[in-house]
Design a protein around this ligand. Sequence first.
Ligand SMILES: [Zn+2]
Length: 159
Amino acid sequence: MWQVRWDNLAAAPIGDLLTPIVCEEWPHEAYDGLIEGDPMRGALALAASPFGSATRAALDVALPAGVPVVLWQRRQCLKCKAPRTGPCPGADFVRDIAAMLQQTPLQELPERVRALRNDALAPDSTTPCGKDLVLLWDDPYSQPPPMKRPQAPDTDSRE
Ligand SMILES: [Zn+2]
């Protein structure tokens, strides 16, 4: 399932394939229905950090189900503490990050996330959704990077 979801993510820009997860309290069963049974759901955008918010339930379902890509901002959606009126403010992040990834294919996502994080640090930044952006990236095809061999002449091991 992990590889199937990954391969499906190659079909379109990531911005088109993000599943938004807002701060509302959903039971695990609801996420089971949304995520587990649908192989097209390979990338989630959480409205708040899963550590200390209701979005944690989505992550708890997504990881064992083989979802390889999850994005969030390292902050809580404080305005979602009750009582709240109106929509989840963290939903703005979810919408904005989807827009920022409208041209981004899967393989370029880590680099794009790095660029958005850097852009968000600039004083005149127009991409606040890059601030403290976290990417969980679990490529099922990745190999550990090759060890860099020392190039010192006395370690030349050719025979
Ligand atoms: Zn919220």
